[in-house]
Design a binder for this molecule. Structure first.
Ligand code: GTP
Ligand code: SPV
Ligand code: MN
Length: 638
């Protein structure tokens, strides 16, 4: 970490404050130093510090944050090297309503993104960022998404006035000066400007979690720029994650022939030692981290973690779809994480973790709903107030529903030894899913790549606490990318079709849809989930084998909505479930699916003629098949 310049220098020389356009011009020249100076002249920090991601830098920043009250150190005996951050109660999740995608033409953002004219947005940003870092330090954080130097990786530089963001970025990405060397050698970088938007007036005390009621999370996909203002939390502020690795990278991938997706990445090994790589897309807080760290209940099967939130997938020279996890850490949902649901995560969180918005125990440890069956008798809740189980009974959770942990991937006990292989892994199966109380069966296989793209395009899910909005409301979330695609969603489907066409048909991944969240008449989940999800993965692996090897046994039966497990093909031995519940999980209702296809056509309507013709044709075909099936009165499935 080094202080090489004071913003007062350039400020004194300049005749006018640079605009965001001036800042962008410096970045476009590939001149990191000039870009940083321009940002500093715009935001007027007290000092500029270049970060290197070192342990000493981390220690210094952590100490300073403890001093400032931003972090509460946890008991070193119970939770070594770990801290709790309590954010401002108005800064607890992604703000989709303030997330903007600003290509020059509105149509290129598509109907599901908030678009603003880029010139107008730059004017607004110029006003917001003017002097926004006064009284603070501007940190320069050079980072790589993916192993440094891999042909699948891309680099960025984030400037931020939040030490919390610096420490988090060093866990979530590969921060280091090697990135600056690559930029100096001509590699393009994604410039990411972040300010919490809380300038300090001289002599005034800081607050533990500075932020601003007005927020901007802005992307300029054409110049690959990110500007984030007003929030210090998660994907709003750790700009390598959703802003770069999904919104900007999806656009880079569109232009270069690859995919940046909201997907976990895992390796499944069968009792026979056969290996399968699975990439799975579920919306926020719908089970990616849990599946990525799965502890299989099926004997002899093993899951290794490669990534838990984002995958970059690229057709390889071998005709396979090769994938890497561009991140280096996990920013995972705390509530619901416990010894029975995710034992590996509990082990992962034993040390060196930064928790945000969980509860604090009287012993200086952390707690959240689901960590233990019974809550402790007394806690300090995520807002800093006293809490007892009576508060929980009254509907006031001790941990915020979107409370999270930040931890380095190397702390993950199920991490694959070769998780940072620069060549990535060849994906055998793509799994898509969401939270659906009704309609969608436990598992379904696509008949073709095109059908798989239709499945992805029509994913719907009940909203979670990961973003602002009404929890539980059903919304379309194509490929779990609704809040994360940096261009028109229908173009994204067309791009998926193109990428599939570029693959060797013999190596192209099979596509599946899953739903762990179907409920019975009593409103309870029909499927036990978690470790038992291995049964579904084992069927997926079996189907991959049937497609790739010469195997004649029947694993699936066709239906109007796709391939369902053949009777007996899904291993349910030892599952404490009655036959009726199992049948209900795998059944489909032609009437409900007919309504689903009508809603799909309605949904497609907003994208006009950008929807690929082959997807529309498939919906029509499915409709006809469903009408015939409904007419014959037959219920599908087992
Ligand atoms: P983001 O980090 O927001 O992208 O979320 P994620 O998809 O990684 O979600 P995560 O794995 O953290 O799961 C979020 C919530 O879903 C937790 O409260 C889990 O307990 C719950 N969950 C995960 N898997 C299952 C499952 O198989 N069944 C049920 N019923 N709940 C699950
Ligand atoms: C999500 O909301 O999908 C997350 C958390 O993974 S955040 O990084 O805050 O977007
Ligand atoms: Mn996510």
């Amino acid at each position: 970490m080094s202080t090489f310049t004071d913003a007062a220098g350039p400020r004194g020389v300049r005749t006018r404050r640079p605009t965001p356009a001036d800042v962008a011009a410096a970045a476009a020249r590939g001149d990191v130093r000039a870009w940083v100076e321009a940002v500093a002249a715009l935001t007027e920090p007290d000092a500029v510090v270049w970060c290197d991601g070192s342990a000493s830098e981390r220690a210094r920043l952590l100490d300073a944050m403890v001093g400032a009250g931003t972090l509460v150190p946890l008991d070193p005996g119970r939770r070594p090297g770990s801290y709790l951050a309590r954010s401002d109660p108005d800064d607890v999740a992604r703000v989709e309503s303030r997330t903007f995608v600003c290509p020059s033409r509105r149509a290129d953002a598509g109907p599901t993104n908030n678009w603003r004219d880029p010139a107008e947005m730059r004017t607004e940003l110029g006003e917001a960022f003017a002097g926004s870092m006064r009284g603070r330090t501007l940190y320069v954080v050079p980072f790589s998404m993916g192993p440094v130097g891999s042909r699948l990786s891309r680099v960025g530089v984030q400037v931020t006035d939040s030490p919390y963001v610096v420490v988090s970025m060093a866990m979530m990405t590969r921060v280091g000066t090697a990135v600056l060397d690559r930029v100096a050698a001509g590699e393009p970088f994604v410039p990411a400007v972040h300010s919490v938007g809380a300038p300090l007036v001289a002599g005034e005390d800081d607050v533990p979690w500075p932020c601003n009621a007005t927020k901007y999370i802005v992307h300029f996909p054409e110049s690959r720029e990110i500007w984030s203002y007003g929030s210090g939390y998660g994907g709003n502020a750790l700009l390598g994650k959703k802003c770069f690795a999904l919104r900007i990278a999806s656009v880079i991938g569109r232009d270069e022939g690859w995919l940046a997706e909201h997907m976990l990445l895992l390796r499944l090994t069968s009792p026979q030692g056969r290996r399968y790589h699975v990439a799975a897309a579920f919306p926020s807080a719908c089970g990616k981290t849990n599946l990525a760290m799965l502890h299989p209940t099926l004997r002899g099967w093993r899951v290794e973690t490669l990534g838990d939130d984002i995958a970059w997938l690229q057709p390889g020279p071998d005709g396979a779809l090769r994938a890497i996890n561009p991140e280096a850490g996990l920013f995972g949902v705390a509530p619901g994480t416990g010894p029975t649901t995710n034992p590996a995560a509990v082990e992962m969180l034993a040390r060196d973790v930064i928790f945000a918005n969980v509860a604090l125990t009287d012993e200086g440890d952390v707690w959240w709903e689901g960590l233990t069956p019974e809550p402790p008798a007394h806690l300090v809740d995520w807002t800093g107030a006293d809490w007892t189980p009576a508060d929980g009974a009254a509907g006031r959770p001790a941990a915020h529903p979107n409370s999270r942990f930040t931890v380095s991937a190397t702390r993950c006990p199920t991490l694959a030894a070769d998780w940072d292989d620069p060549e990535g892994v060849a994906v055998d199966a793509i799994v898509l899913g969401g939270r659906r109380a009704t309609t969608v069966p436990l598992v379904l296989q696509a008949e073709s790549w095109e059908h798989g793209v239709l499945m992805g395009a029509t994913v719907a899910s009940e909203r979670t606490a990961a973003a602002e909005g009404q929890v539980g409301e059903l919304r379309r979330d194509p490929f779990a990318m609704l809040p994360f695609c940096g261009y028109d969603m229908a173009d994204h489907w067309a791009h998926w079709l193109r990428v599939g066409a570029a693959l060797d048909p013999a190596r192209r991944p099979l596509v599946f849809q899953v739903n762990w969240f179907r409920t019975g008449a009593d409103g309870r989940f029909l499927w036990p989930g978690f470790g038992e999800n291995a049964r579904v993965l084992a069927w997926v692996a079996d189907q991959v084998d049937r497609a790739r090897l010469v195997r004649t046994d029947v694993g699936a039966v066709p239906s109007p909505i796709g391939l369902l497990p053949a009777p007996g093909a899904l291993d349910t031995a030892g599952l404490a479930m009655d036959e009726r519940a199992l049948a209900e999980l795998l059944a489909f209702d032609p009437g409900a699916w007919l309504r689903e296809t009508e809603r799909t056509e309605e949904f497609f309507g907003q994208f006009g003629d950008r929807v690929p013709g082959s997807l529309r044709a498939q919906v029509s075909r499915m409709r006809a098949a469903l009408a015939a099936s409904a007419g014959s009165g037959g219920h599908g499935g087992q």
